[in-house]
Design a protein around this ligand. Structure first.
Ligand code: COA
Length: 535
């Protein structure tokens, strides 16, 4: 295998300036994470603890095997999207080891608006289920929720991908033999009661967990019947009379212990089907990535330098190094797991698209997972490339990427714009997981380009109306367009909307990918059936 070299001057002023700019990005990421990890407001956390309940993140920790990693998905979903609601949108989702088995853990955060479901809470829950389904992971739901966040009805109730999809997925997964377990640790009202009711085994905490289609107030309003919560939907009633739940726990810790015991009896943990070589660190310090990523997006970053700091022993068996050089393709290992990498190093040309197609084809044939490292402003434009058939070559790459049934991971390490975003396995192509670095930017086009296009359209219309505008007027028109595109392109905006699974630091990348590859190694291989290629 070829060893990547490095030409980075780590003592240069430019390196130091890049590092300083990156340190700010990382501080910003950690501030947002701290918000997400705190959960709801102090007052609600105190109320939760006063009820003798364990805080949601602590519940997740107690459920998991001590010291094992948690692969969190959607940590920053909802960030800034709902006034006064912490990032996370009131739910924690991620993969953790429980009794020696990787499980999808989905935990309501009752300190955030009573653990109710906003539109993005539904999206996050559904995304966690999709990930679990793909990896055949048992789902453990820690229920503590007031059900729907009523003002957000349009984003919760009517459509596919919203609350109803949670049930639909549970049923589908169960039909595919994927265990569904619920621990009722607080209220679950109305539609929310179906989440545990659709599970294989349900644990409920005495005096704390309640399940009913209508609570005491609604029951009184509807029927005039006066009944307390415990008799209507408490642990003793459901375990002793209705049979809706199966195990009574005395408190949160006891409930989580029962859940761990249930997981212990789920049968054989699927074995890994991939050979893992011993992990070797890169030959160049991954922390140097902070000084390599260009602080000014107008100046590109050399992706080879990034690769040299990400892959085991900096070994990269490059495929077609002399052809289509704006797309690097090759085989490498991350913590010993083999992976096929496609990484941009410039805009996509017909040759790079053809090379990408060929490489994806190879990886599917060999059942090697794919990593798309995007840093691309798009496909090349102009008469030469049109005549060279860039549309059909781009279409080939997109067909190959979309058809590929090996695990696919997308990591935005810089730019990811236009059709380049799509070709490098954008969200629509259902990557197995998708993350961005804090410097990641993405959009239909960049802010300057969008402002320019919109002003040209406006100028054409003015000409038709036989009007003109001054330079100042043009600039006043462009400024807000630029601002909208600037805010939109931020990786944190993508995380907040749930368009990516999270923002990770460069230094977290090897660990995150290794966890993902380890999960993928336990799933049976799928055969790829390519769509028609236009030649
Ligand atoms: N929709 C919108 N907001 C809700 C809500 C809902 N379903 N349930 C609770 N909230 C809000 C409260 O208004 C409060 O907001 P605030 O912090 O701005 O004042 C916040 O969530 C916390 O609620 P609170 O009642 O103070 O907390 P709690 O821990 O004592 O009780 C619940 C939580 C969920 C048990 C309780 O609020 C409740 O019963 N809600 C209604 C549940 C329901 O009927 N859902 C049916 C929906 S299908």
């Amino acid at each position: 295998m070829g060893i990547l070299s490095s030409r980075v001057a780590t003592r240069s002023e430019s390196f130091a300036l890049n590092q300083a700019a990156y340190a700010k990005r990382i501080a910003n990421l950690h501030a947002r994470r701290a918000d997400a990890r705190a959960g709801g407001p102090e007052k609600m956390r105190a109320k939760h603890l006063a009820r003798n309940k364990v805080l949601p993140r602590h519940r997740v920790e107690l459920l998991m095997d001590p010291g094992s990693p948690f692969l969190e998905l959607g940590e920053l979903t909802g960030d800034g999207r709902y006034e006064g609601v912490s990032p996370g949108a009131g739910i924690i989702t991620g993969v953790g080891m429980v009794s020696g088995r990787p499980c999808m853990i989905i935990a309501n955060d009752a300190t955030v608006k009573g653990g109710t479901y906003f539109g993005l809470t539904c999206k996050k829950h559904v995304r966690a289920q999709a990930f679990a389904w793909q990896h055949r992971l048992p789902c453990i739901t820690l229920v503590d929720s007031g059900g729907a966040f009523l003002p957000d009805q349009a984003n919760i109730f009517p459509d596919d991908g919203q609350f109803g999809s949670i049930f639909h997925n549970q049923i589908g997964m169960s039909g595919d033999g994927i265990p569904q377990i619920a621990v009722v640790m607080g209220p679950c009202t109305a539609g929310g009661a179906y989440i545990p009711a659709l599970c294989d085994e349900v644990v409920i905490v005495r005096g704390q967990g309640f399940m009913y289609l209508g609570g005491p107030e609604l029951t009184f309003a509807a029927t005039g019947e006066t009944v307390d919560a415990e008799s209507l939907g408490g642990a003793a009633m459901h375990c002793g009379k209705s049979g809706v739940t199966d195990h009574i726990a005395e408190d949160d810790r006891h409930a989580l212990l029962i859940a761990r015991n249930i997981v212990r009896e789920l049968g054989q943990v699927p074995p890994s089907s991939r050979k893992q070589e011993p992990s070797r660190p890169p030959r160049f310090d991954p922390a140097e990535i902070h000084g390599i990523v260009s602080r000014d997006p107008k100046f590109p970053t050399d992706t080879r330098e990034i690769l040299a700091r990400l892959v085991d022993d900096s070994e990269f068996q490059e495929f077609k190094p002399l052809y289509g050089e704006t797309l690097l393709t090759g085989f490498a290992r991350i913590h010993g797991y083999e992976i096929g990498i496609l990484a941009n190093n410039g805009v996509l040309f017909p040759e790079s698209a053809m090379k990408g197609t060929h490489f994806i084809n190879l990886c599917c044939q060999r059942n090697i997972p794919l990593l798309f490292m995007s840093d691309v402003t798009g496909f090349m434009v102009g008469q030469d490339v049109e005549q060279a058939g860039i549309a059909k070559h781009g279409a080939k790459m997109i067909t190959a990427m979309s058809s590929a049934r090996v695990p696919k991971y997308t990591l935005n390490i810089g730019a990811s714009f236009g059709a380049g975003y799509l070709a490098m396995c954008g969200r629509a192509f259902k990557p197995t997981a998708m993350f961005a670095w804090p410097n990641g930017r993405s959009g239909i086009m960049g802010p300057d380009q969008a402002a320019m296009v919109m002003s040209l359209v406006r100028e054409t219309n003015l000409r038709i109306e036989k009007k003109t505008w001054t330079d100042e007027e043009r600039e006043a028109f462009k400024a807000p367009v630029r601002k909208i595109y600037e805010d939109f392109q931020d990786a944190h905006n993508f995380a907040a909307h749930g368009w990516i699974d999270g923002v990770i630091e460069p230094l977290e990348t090897r660990g995150t990918l290794a966890l993902l590859l380890e999960l993928a190694a336990r799933v049976p291989a799928q055969k790829t059936q390519f769509g028609v290629f236009r030649f």
